[in-house]
Design a protein. Structure first.
Length: 200
């Protein structure tokens, strides 16, 4: 990963504190006009290459910055949101309902444990700036391998200013032993968008 000096400082500072979820009280910093000006959520969602009828799982949607874009791409498919903080799910739900997306599933829980969905449910899963906050990342990825269909896509968006940002190399080390293969990687100093596929 090409990192910035600030990335390094943030990672070092965070290392002494341990992992914890981004606080829901600061959700406004995740979903605001400034971020929208600097970052097009559609660019990361494009990497999922959705056709419109898929079942998609978004882990850690926060206040729904990417979720509205995701729901908008699923004409006859379905989106499920999963987050450890029910308050974040409530914020995402408000945003989705305002955008007229009413057929979305909301489940609260720990992504570092068994995900509460039947095996081979989803065609794709999306995680933006989440995996670094999950205490048991390996358990999370193993569980994603179970709930994704064979050939299913797993897309990570990792970006600058997130103190828990994982590099493409770190994502590979995490995902490949769980049965995923790297399929696509857009890397830059500011943002990495990385797609894996679940092996059949
Ligand atoms: C930094 S926020 C990113 C939110 C959103 N993806 C975005 O980019 O705007 C991280 C999100 O992951 C959720 N999260 C953190 N740890 C989690 C865990 N172990 N299980 C499920 N969700 C988790 C947090 O509650 C929060 O909503």
């Amino acid at each position: 990963m090409t990192t910035t000096f600030l990335d390094t400082v943030l990672r070092r500072a965070r290392a002494g504190i341990g992992t914890f979820p981004y606080p829901h009280q600061a959700a406004a910093l995740l979903d605001n006009p400034l971020r929208r000006r600097m970052e097009d959520p559609g660019q990361s969602i494009d990497v999922l290459e959705l056709t419109g009828n898929e079942r998609v799982l978004e882990i850690g949607p926060g206040a729904g910055f990417f979720s509205v874009e995701l729901a908008g791409r699923l004409d006859s498919g379905q989106l499920d949101l999963f987050d450890i903080q029910p308050q974040m799910l409530a914020k995402a739900r408000r945003k989705l309902e305002q955008a007229d997306h009413h057929d979305v599933g909301y489940t609260a829980g720990q992504a570092g444990a068994t995900l509460p969905f039947p095996a081979s449910t989803f065609d794709a899963a999306f995680l933006a700036e989440v995996i670094g906050e999950v205490p048991d990342k390996q358990a999370c990825v193993r569980s994603l391998a179970v709930v994704l269909k064979p050939g299913g896509k797993l897309v990570f968006h990792e970006a600058f200013l997130d103190p828990d940002r994982l590099s493409v190399a770190e994502l590979r080390a995490l995902c490949e032993p769980a049965g995923f293969v790297l399929d696509h990687a857009q890397e830059s100093r500011w943002k990495d968008i990385v797609r894996f596929r679940r092996t059949p």
